[in-house]
Every structure is written in C-alpha cells, then in structure tokens.
Design a binder for this molecule. Structure first.
Ligand code: KIV
Ligand code: ZN
Length: 410
C-alpha cells in the first residue's frame, strides 16, 4: 500500500503571474493557457481577479465556461463588491472557488490598510460568510502571513474556518521566509489552531530570495497539502514558486519527498513554451526543467558521460518533461570527439577515424566564433572533409573553416 500523500496543485499563472510586468494576456490567450493547464493536470486554476477590470472578469467567465475539469478560482478582496463580482464571473463553472484575501501583519494593517486587528478579523469572517453563499469552496489568504503575529494569525484562521472557509492559504508574500522557518511555521500553526483539521492548508511562496520552491517543499513537509505556483515561476516581482520545479522535485526525490501530484510531467515543456509564446517573454536558458539548457551538455567530459550512460549527468530524462532528446548534446568549442562522432552518426555519416578527427578539429575551431554549431553546419563540415578538393583546405587551418562560411542555421 502506498504511503504517498497527494498534494493539490493550485496554478496562479493567470492571476499572480499575469500581474507581473510584461506578462499580461488578452482574454483569448488566457483561455488558451487555461486549456493547456487543464491538459497539464493542475487541480485548480486561479483564472483572475474579476473586480480588477472588465477584461479580467470576462476571462474568468470564459475559462469557467470552457474549462470543465479543474476547479476554477477567482480572487477577491474581503469587500462585498469583490466577492459578488467574483461569484458572477464564476457562475458558469462546473466547480468554483472564491479566494478572498486580507493582510494580517501589523505592518500591512497599520501602514497600508489603516485597520485594527479586530477590524481585520471581522472583515475576514464576513467575507468568508458571504463567499459561502455562492460556493462551498472558499479559500482565505492571510496576506503577509509569515510576518504576522502568530497568536493573531491563529485567531484569524480559527475564525474563518468556523465561518466556513475550506482552504487556508498562508502566503510568504514578500519572499522573506527560509525553508526551516516555513516548515516550523506550518507545523506550529496547524498544531495550534483547534479546528485546523477542517481545512486544507496551503502555501504561496514568492521568490525574492530565490527560495520559493525550497520554501514550498518545506511547507509541504510542515503539513500543507496545497501548493500555489505558476508556470515558469512568473508572478509579482521575482515571481512565485515555479510549478515545473516543484512537481519535478517531488517526482525525482520520492525518497525524501513522498508526495504525489496529478501533473502530466511530459506536458511541462510545451506548457512553458506556450506561455512564452503568448507573452513574448523568453524562458531563461538555464531555467531548471524547461530552459533550453536544462538538458544540454557541451563540455566534452559531460558529453562522453551522457553518451555512455545519461545518468552520469542527468537526474531525469528530457522526455519526462517534454524536452527533446536531440537537443541534449550541444556542439561547440568545449565539445568532445565522442559527441561529434555521435552527432555525425545520428545524421547518417559513417566516417573513417581520420575523417572524424578532421571534422572534430573543424567543429572546435568554428566553436571559437559561434555560440553553437547546428546540424546544417556539421553537414557542411562533413561535406568539405569528404570532398577531396577541399579536404586539404579544411584540415589546413581551422580559421579557414570559419571564413569559408559554414552554415547559417544553428
Ligand atoms: O502574495 C500574496 O500574498 C498573494 C495573495 C493575494 C494570495 O498573492
Ligand atoms: Zn502572491
């Protein structure tokens, strides 16, 4: 019998992610993205913040109409108009969640909201009660939870659960927490709140210190069973926890992290690429899991290892996350002879030993001037090496190989 616990994946690409500069999406792009998230297997799609704009509201309505399997969630402050607008936009949903939020830290209460703690508590409770009139699935987020007074935070949580809240999200809004701290935070709060077993606890980590994924994993170890995250880690400022990194950490390390998600990992790369195309924002090359270098090896020693046994330098297979195996060995100035030979064989060239040496030298030389050498470059090099008239020239100087202009495409 499996002892693996299920963690719910709450995707906020279309809400927190879309709020980030450069990532805004029109309604039809949001719908396309929501369909991709459905195919990826996320449990909950946070589709937008309906009170923020008519376009946001329309996007939530269209997603609620067209995407039927996941829970569709809409964000609302604790104000009645926000909650009513969220409920209106969610009306067509098969399964709807209203997500209402209010800051609980003294800093936010005094400097931003100008509210007392009692007003905060009352407002949170009324919002949850109102939201429950529209749906049984209500989430409350205590914004800036990790910098809130714990006694007060526990009082708010207990009160909103009593008011009918089913998911308690405790965001690390400014990405300030450390992993050990967040694990202890959730353990303590879940242990202290008397009715905590009546709600699912959730984490929502920001990446200001680059710790969002590590913090989310620690929160799971501390007892949360919902993670809020986004494709490519997009979100306010440095972003949210990256969905693909979280999911693959759980998939690759079940020995340390025995938790399952419903994500189809083979769809991760395609979903990441879709977001990049829709927003015209490239994915950072060395981004874990979905960056174009995430499975690329250029150094000769690494290429040799991967050709002998990929496990030497890969902890997961590119195809497990939807990346192409053929992009694995990048030819450039650090490449080894073994990789050059292997790529030639893949392209259908059976070369003699001396020819491989020549091709290898030409590749290294061309790599001095080029970031990467593509298959068309390699074909031209092989042609020259194999054509007697130019073979001598190709072998004579490596620079000549470059100046005669091998290829354009990489
Ligand atoms: O970071 C945050 O606190 C939020 C809440 C609205 C959930 O995005
Ligand atoms: Zn956030």
């Amino acid at each position: 019998m499996s002892t693996t616990a299920r963690v719910t994946v709450f995707d906020t690409t279309l809400r927190d992610g879309e709020q980030a500069p450069g990532y805004s999406l029109d309604v039809s792009s949001k719908l396309a993205m929501a369909r991709a998230l459905d195919a990826l297997g996320v449990d909950i799609i946070e589709a937008g913040f309906p009170i923020a704009s008519p376009a946001d509201s329309e996007a939530v309505r269209q997603i609620a109409t067209g995407v039927r399997r996941p829970v569709i969630c809409a964000l609302a402050r604790t104000r009645s108009q926000d909650i009513e607008e969220a409920a209106r936009a969610l009306q067509p949903a098969q399964r709807a969640r209203i997500h209402t939020f209010l800051a609980t830290s003294d800093l936010h209460l005094t400097a931003k909201l100008r509210m007392t703690r009692q007003e905060c508590l009352d407002s949170a409770v009324s919002a949850v009660r109102l939201a429950r009139r529209f749906t049984d699935d209500v989430e409350f987020s205590a914004e800036d939870a990790t910098r809130s007074d714990r006694d007060f935070l526990c009082r708010v949580i207990e009160a909103v659960i009593d008011a009918g809240c089913t998911t308690i999200n405790l965001p690390d809004t400014v990405g300030y927490a450390t992993p050990d701290e967040l694990r202890e935070f959730f353990q303590q709060i879940i242990g202290r709140v008397p009715n905590s077993e009546r709600a699912i606890f959730s984490t929502h980590c920001h990446n200001d210190l680059g710790l969002a994924v590590a913090n989310s994993l620690a929160a799971i170890q501390g007892g949360v069973r919902q993670v809020e995250c986004s494709i490519n880690g997009i979100g306010e400022r440095a972003g949210n926890a990256s969905l693909e990194e979280l999911v693959m950490a759980l998939r690759v390390r079940p020995d340390r992290l025995p938790y399952d998600t419903g994500i189809r990992s083979q769809a991760l790369f395609g979903t990441s690429q879709l977001l990049s195309t829709l927003t015209s924002e490239p994915v950072q090359a060395n981004k874990a899991i979905v960056g174009r270098n995430a499975f690329a090896h250029e150094a000769g020693i690494h290429q040799d290892g991967v050709l002998k046994d990929a496990r030497t330098y890969e902890i997961m297979k590119p195809e497990d996350v939807g990346q192409s195996v053929s992009s694995r060995l990048v030819l450039g100035r650090h490449s080894g002879r073994h990789a050059v030979q292997s790529r030639c064989e893949t392209l259908g060239f059976a070369l003699a030993h001396s020819e491989i040496d020549e091709v290898y030298r030409a590749v290294i030389s061309l790599g001095e001037h080029r970031k990467a050498i593509g298959d068309s470059d390699l074909r031209r090099i092989v042609d020259r090496v194999r054509t007697p008239a130019s073979a001598a020239a190709a072998a004579s100087t490596a620079t000549h190989v470059e100046t005669v202009g091998y290829g354009h495409g990489v």
